[in-house]
Design a protein. Sequence first.
Length: 331
Amino acid sequence: MQALVERFGAPLAPEPDVDQGDPYLVAAPPGSGGRFRYYVYVSGAGFPVYGSDDLLSWARVGDSLAGAGEAWCWAPCVRYLRGAARPWVMLYSRARGAGEVDGHREHRLRRADSERPEGPFVDSGEVLTPDLDFAIDADVSVGPDGACRLAFAADYTADEPYGTGLWEAAVSPDLRRLAERPRPVARARFDWQLYDPARSIPWKRIEGVDWGSGGTVRWYTMEGPVALVSPAGRRTMLYSGGNFAGFYGIGVLREEPGRGWVDLSPTPDRCLLGPVPERGVYGPGHCSVLREQRGSLLCFHFRTDPDRPRQFGILPLRWDAADRPHCPVHP
């Protein structure tokens, strides 16, 4: 764990010209067919996958998703379903096509599976969010009540503040379908969560906004949810806020009795992890969490320079006396 803290600010699998956004960290159980103990899957054509046995030395294994074509695919979430014929399951989002317009249209959560963690994962035909025109960033968790839930990001456009926010729904144990209608969790509204003060998104209909006449909206973003249970048994959710190409950070939500989900990160200084320029860390965000007996690990992307592609890093995830998660960033 200390070695990971000391490596903070240094990419674990440095590929300066390859974008490693939206990293998802998993451990391969013994006998599950993997060559490595740990794997990280990242966004990008074919979802590149990296393998490691010690979390410090990583090798590029190859591309994990087969047959995605040119359509934009984002944010893989990989789970191991013991006993299934193809036990490695990936949830991911795929758009209608590519580019600024078709790359955002009909972005829906889909399912793929594989016999091995390295892949190839093959789309199994299930679309988990057929009724949503934009759904990304799947995360599967089991809550304190034992229920299997899917958290994801989708848009809030019925009223202001407009933007991408967080949702959740019960999901079948085989990850093939939602078991209920999605419920809202939280929507972005704080200044640091602003994506664009004047965004034009002509592929989306918003009442009263005429894109053709130069209309824009103030657009906020919360995305990349990760559902956790605190040591005290409270439901907690990490998220990423802001603009992934500009200011970006990881915030914290907590479910409070009688109050619903409360944002514990109303300002950047209250984030779990924000930019640390003195360590060469810009735009940290879109994390995943691996729970192990020796402790939890936070895998996230960051930039070593504001203009460089995203790379992935890993830090220990700990909890303070107030039952709030935190990450040590200094050795």
